[in-house]
Ligand binder design. Structure first.
Ligand SMILES: [Fe+2]
Length: 401
């Protein structure tokens, strides 16, 4: 907009705002005439910068969450489509478009197994005034692409990592290793931070390096670690890491694999002084157990998918006040094939029958990835160290379910 025109409009706005202020002072509804309402808001020559992302979090068959961050308060919009960017997703909460530095937009109504192009955009909000807020310029990303999950696909490939514990070089190296061969998605099974202190920490130590590594095209599935329960920002992590359901446990279907992502909670009792009475894992895990029992018993894919793979942090299910065997029993009943976890900071494979488990349990070390390739008959796992050397490999045949 031409500066003089803008300036004149701004002056008109100031006059009107003065009128509003006087009206407010008299406790009378301010009158805004139509001409004034049409006066432009102020636009500064200020552009937001994208400081993280886009990150495709939690892909599903018909939806995906797209996250990014900007250096300054902005709004959010995603343009997307199969051939052209002919759809727009603009989030609103209670009728207001969110304004902030963290942006999360869920695309819904997608078709399974289709490739969509998308790009993100954020327009700066300089001052969130009650009338004529000040705006700025719009930053627009390059165009990226993703492919939705598809249960009907005959094969799937993914990689998992774990316990990166704020080591940015580790996140970058493992993500690059995971993408050295094509994968449909990447999994992180928790303990991305030692404890949560704030948005910048989460961005700098985890979200930015993994989003940069995944290049806006490969989705991330995240399972919560016990360290993500700790620290002054732990209660805010859901806004960044929740699945689309608004929680940390969920199921997804990718080709021949039914994925059950669990939150294995804390590793110490609620009553320990370490948590000073501020944890209630007992109630939370009971709710989660009810969910687990229901999805394992009722979701048809538990029986019809060639493989069911549990993804979680603690290979022993975390602190459950002695009820851990119940979780194993449920998994046995559902004929789970594999549980991929971390937590131990060393590689450990527990074969069926060794701890009451009828399924293989694989705990990855910190500087390792597991490559998983499955078709309708066989699921193959290769564990690589950070240099790409194979440190374990095994294959599981499809069970009769
Ligand atoms: Fe850990």
């Amino acid at each position: 907009m031409h500066y003089r025109k803008l300036c004149a409009a701004f002056v008109r706005s100031m006059v009107l705002l003065a009128a509003v202020a006087v009206a407010d002072a008299k406790n009378v509804s301010p009158a805004v005439d139509d001409d004034g309402a049409n006066a432009p808001y102020k636009v500064y020559d200020a552009m937001p910068a994208i400081t993280m992302g886009p990150l495709l979090l939690d892909m599903a068959e018909d939806s995906v969450a797209i996250e990014w961050m900007t250096d300054a308060p902005s709004d959010a919009k995603v343009s997307y489509g199969e051939g052209t960017l002919d759809h727009e997703a603009v989030p609103q909460v209670d009728g207001l478009r969110p304004v902030g530095t963290m942006h999360r937009v869920v695309l819904r109504g997608l078709q399974p197994g289709r490739t969509y192009q998308y790009r993100i955009a954020s327009r700066r909000v300089v001052a969130l005034k009650p009338y004529w807020p000040d705006r700025g310029g719009t930053v627009v990303s390059p165009t990226y692409a993703f492919t939705t999950f598809d249960a009907a696909k005959s094969s799937v490939r993914f990689a998992t990592m774990t316990d990166t514990h704020e080591n940015v070089e580790r996140v970058r190296a493992l993500t690059a290793l995971a993408l050295r061969r094509p994968v449909d998605f990447v999994v992180h099974t928790g303990d991305a931070v030692h404890y949560a202190t704030g948005e910048d920490q989460l961005k700098d130590k985890f979200l930015e390096p993994i989003a940069t590594g995944l290049q806006g095209c490969t989705p991330l599935l995240y399972a919560r670690g016990n360290h993500e329960y700790r620290g002054g920002f732990a209660r805010s992590l859901g806004g960044y890491l929740h699945a689309q359901e608004g929680r940390y446990y969920y199921t997804r279907d990718a080709g021949p694999v039914h994925l059950v992502v669990v939150d294995t909670g804390e590793d110490k009792p609620d009553a320990t002084n370490v948590y000073a009475g501020l944890n209630d894992l007992r109630s939370y895990r009971a709710e989660e157990y009810a969910w687990l029992a229901r999805v394992l018993a009722e979701e048809s894919r538990t029986r019809t998918a060639p493989f069911t793979v549990v993804l979680g942090h603690d290979p022993g299910w975390g602190w459950l006040d002695g009820a851990n065997g119940e979780w194993t029993r449920r998994a046995n009943e559902a004929k789970v094939d594999l549980f991929i976890a971390g937590h131990l900071h060393r590689l450990e494979r527990v074969n069926p029958g060794e701890r009451g488990n009828d399924f293989t349990i694989l705990a990855l070390g910190q500087d390792q990835i597991a490559r998983v390739e499955a078709d309708e008959r066989e699921l193959k796992v290769t564990v690589l160290d950070r240099e790409g050397r194979t440190v374990d490999a095994f294959a599981l045949r499809r069970k009769n379910k």
